[in-house]
Design a binder for this molecule. Structure first.
Ligand code: PBG
Length: 323
């Protein structure tokens, strides 16, 4: 009898390694985030300084960009809007002709088969940069729900294939499910940012979306990074309220949470490899300290192996080229 395990037997050749590989990244697993700007300038394109390779784009430039990505195999995207005017009540978030509503119509018109997901939140549209209505410097939960629901409905009417609430108000999945159903959108899925941590990894995104809070922080609504039992409660609540897909965000620092959600709920699990995760890799790669391609593919494989069925990643376009 052999007296020790020879793991190397199944690592000997590329062919054998491939034969036993458990996890794979497929183009249809990946969702590319895009930032669309409301502007008169049809040619507007601005690279986000802290996110090299990611852009704020006018609708027409975005359509070009999406066209190129579709040629590489892009199946799905999530949209974030940057409105021309912000106010206390985020009116441009639910305006019929708001930037997201316009962009969704344009994208669906040109690429009807693409899965267009919209981020539902108020922070890009409020003058104070918080994800809900403010009273006495505190984000008000219940009054915000009505606006989130209106926002989701306006996205649905514009033709979105799925809405993704990222605000972390309690009860928002129920509010959104209710208004969608009342308006006949029974079969429009909700991908809930159910487990969203108050993370420093969102820093570069707030540059890109111009959504940094003008005072305070988001800790009274986003989760404490130290907690995991609470993540289960959040996921449970959202599943009960009608969420179809549960998201964990950020991804790589929270793989334990991804796995726990995967094992405990019978819904597809999404993970968001957020802006800070992107920028860290980009910065180190630009310095020549890490190999970008292999480190990106390794991170994505790890996120999938942990239990994510879908991954939102700024590397999507790039990975489609590599696959
Ligand atoms: C909006 C929202 C944020 C992100 C997605 N939706 C920022 C935040 O909560 O401050 C972060 C995405 C990223 O960092 O890539 N609430």
């Amino acid at each position: 009898m052999p007296d020790f395990f020879r793991g190397r037997r199944l690592r000997r050749t590329p062919g054998i390694r491939e034969l036993i590989r458990e996890t794979e990244i497929r183009p249809q697993d990946l969702i590319q985030p895009y930032f669309v700007v409301e502007t008169e300038d049809k040619n507007f394109a601005r690279e986000v300084p802290s996110m090299p390779g990611q852009y704020q784009l006018s609708t027409s430039r975005l359509l070009d960009k999406i066209g190129q990505a579709v040629d590489k195999g892009l199946k799905s995207l999530i949209l974030f809007g940057i409105p021309e005017h912000k106010d206390e009540v985020a009116s441009q978030a639910y305006a019929e002709n708001g930037i997201i509503q316009q962009a969704v119509r344009a994208i669906k018109d040109k690429y009807p088969r693409l899965v267009v997901i919209t981020d539902v939140c108020l922070c890009e549209y409020t003058s104070h940069g918080h994800c809900g209505l403010i009273k006495e410097k505190y984000v008000q939960n219940d009054p915000t729900l009505k606006l989130l629901a209106k926002t989701a409905l306006s996205h649905a009417k514009a033709g979105a294939d799925m809405v993704a609430p990222s605000d972390m108000m309690d009860g928002r999945v129920q509010a959104i499910r209710t208004i969608l159903d009342e308006n006949g959108f029974f079969e429009l899925p909700i991908m809930s940012y159910a487990v969203k941590y108050a993370s420093s990894f969102y820093g570069p995104f707030r540059d890109a979306a111009q959504s940094a809070p003008q005072f305070g922080d988001r800790k009274s609504y986003q989760m404490d990074p130290a907690n995991s039992v609470e993540a289960m409660r959040e996921a449970q609540a959202d599943v009960n309220e009608g969420a179809d897909i549960i998201m964990v965000k950020p991804a790589l620092p929270y793989l334990d949470i991804v796995r726990k959600i995967k094992d405990n709920f019978f819904v597809p699990v999404a993970a968001y490899q957020v802006s800070g995760e992107y920028s860290l890799i980009k910065a180190a790669a630009a310095k020549g300290w890490v190999d970008e391609k292999s480190i990106v593919l390794e991170s994505l494989i790890s996120i999938k192996r942990a239990g994510a069925d879908l991954i939102l990643s700024y590397f999507t376009e790039q990975v489609l080229e590599w696959l």
